[in-house]
Design a binder for this molecule. Structure first.
Ligand code: PEP
Ligand code: MN
Length: 356
């Protein structure tokens, strides 16, 4: 073959490649149109019967030299990426998506505007144990100028024989003490039927990690008009976390704070693995404020300061930490709660970073 002939054939190939490129993108544009129509009609995207027909048509019309099997494989890939194209459009349409709602959502907790660019702290005991315990802790957090008091009244414990929390009595204590100090209350509710009852006590309902996919609870807190702090599930992907928040927004409540609290990995040096990069990813992909729970993610008092600094540096709006007057006798999480002296050191280390 002369060089001239080779050049000529290559020119033909180049032209065909450009035609293929053009055809593929024209096909993709039509696929997107079909996706929008299907969205309007509410029909599902994947249609295996139609896909089978297209593959049969490839077989019937194939003249070679490629084998039918090879071409069907190739077309199958085209179908796959086409479906992806329709689905990615779909995920951008989620209510939590920043593409759909570019402005930051601000969650208003009695005038504290989470997501406004300032940094907020929420602190308090793992469990509400007594009025005295909550009052001492409230005084401690007030001393540092903080306004958000946490405390568990309904505790999701691994063992049914461990302390389960004081229930409604715990919420009553939180409300009473918070009012004495002018603080807001954040507390976990585990059952959809308790949501209504909790509204007279709490300012923010926490949905715990173990309930991130309790879809009835998510729908129930979606129907109320109070902020929700949604914690990431123990083994939830960021996508699953976003869909959990979507459940809440889909019911009309957009006052949602996403809380990264560590995920379960093979690593045992920390209680969980703090997925710090989840913070900027959630900030980029959603419009919701993001919190980091440095207590449950690390399970280690000795690294809470750097973990909190990292959370703030990477863009978290809020840091959550557990503090207890006497952690060694706490009824839950006694290993990881800070005592007041440690909390003073924690806040003294963070204040210059946050309020400079
Ligand atoms: C809590 O914050 O009290 C708690 C139980 O945390 P998590 O749901 O993240 O385990
Ligand atoms: Mn705890």
């Amino acid at each position: 073959m002369t060089n001239y002939r080779l050049e000529e054939l290559r020119t033909q190939i180049d032209r065909i490649d450009m035609q293929l490129l053009d055809l593929l993108n024209r096909r993709a544009a039509i696929v997107e149109e079909i996706g929008k129509e299907k969205d309007k009609q509410g029909t599902i995207k994947y249609d295996p019967v139609r896909e089978r027909e297209l593959l049969n048509r490839v077989a019937a019309n194939n003249q070679g030299p490629f084998s039918t099997e090879t071409l069907q494989h190739l077309f199958k890939q085209i179908f796959k990426i086409s479906l992806k194209l329709q689905e990615s459009d779909n995920s951008e349409m989620l209510l939590v998506s920043r593409k759909r709602h570019p402005q930051d959502t601000i969650v208003d907790i009695r005038g504290q505007k989470i997501g406004d660019g300032n940094k907020y702290f929420v602190a308090g005991p793992c469990s509400v144990e007594s009025e005295e315990q909550v009052r001492a802790t409230a005084a401690e957090i007030k001393k540092h100028g903080l306004t958000l008091l946490r405390g568990g009244a309904f505790k999701p414990r691994t063992s049914p024989y461990d302390f389960q929390g004081l229930g409604e009595e715990g919420l009553e204590i939180l409300r009473k003490v918070a009012d004495e100090f002018g603080l807001s209350v954040i507390s976990e509710i585990m059952a959809p039927e308790d949501v209504e009852m909790s509204l007279k006590y709490v300012d923010v309902i926490q949905v715990g990690a173990r309930n991130m996919q309790n879809f009835n609870l998510l729908k129930a807190v979606g129907r109320i008009k109070k902020p929700v702090l949604l914690k990431r599930g123990l083994s939830a992907t960021i996508e699953e976390f976003k869909y959990a928040a979507e459940y809440i927004l889909s019911q009309g409540n957009d006052q949602v704070i996403l809380c990264e609290r560590g995920i379960r990995t093979y690593e045992r040096a920390t209680r969980n693995t703090l997925d710090i990069t989840a913070v900027p990813i959630l900030k980029q992909e959603t419009h919701l404020p993001v919190a980091v729970d440095v207590t449950h993610s690390t399970g280690r008092r000795d690294i809470m300061i750097p973990a909190a600094k990292a959370a703030i540096a990477i863009g978290a709006d809020m840091v959550m930490a557990e503090v207890h007057p006497d952690p060694s006798v706490a009824l839950s999480d006694s290993q990881q709660q800070m005592d007041f002296r440690q909390f003073d050191t924690f806040m003294d280390a963070l204040k210059p970073v946050v309020f400079s």
